[in-house]
Write a protein that binds this ligand. Structure first.
Ligand code: FES
Length: 65
């Protein structure tokens, strides 16, 4: 059985969100979204008002990781 390869790239940005690149399928709270955009940023600090996406709040709260 051949495994399907994904072109998705994930990068953990220092003191910030996850950067995902490539065609993506996001499932958040039972809602599935297919994104053709090249880049998305997912919140890692837990304080975004636009979850699962980053809205920049991590900078205001001084998120470090
Ligand atoms: S990582 Fe940016 S708002 Fe949470």
């Amino acid at each position: 059985m051949e495994k399907e390869r994904s072109n998705c790239k994930v990068e953990v940005l220092k003191n910030g969100p996850l950067l995902l690149q490539g065609p993506l399928k996001i499932n958040y709270k039972g809602k599935e979204e297919i994104l053709e955009r090249e880049k998305i940023f997912l919140c890692r600090c837990g304080r975004s008002s636009k979850k699962p996406y980053c809205d920049g709040t991590h900078k205001k709260i001084g998120f470090e990781d």
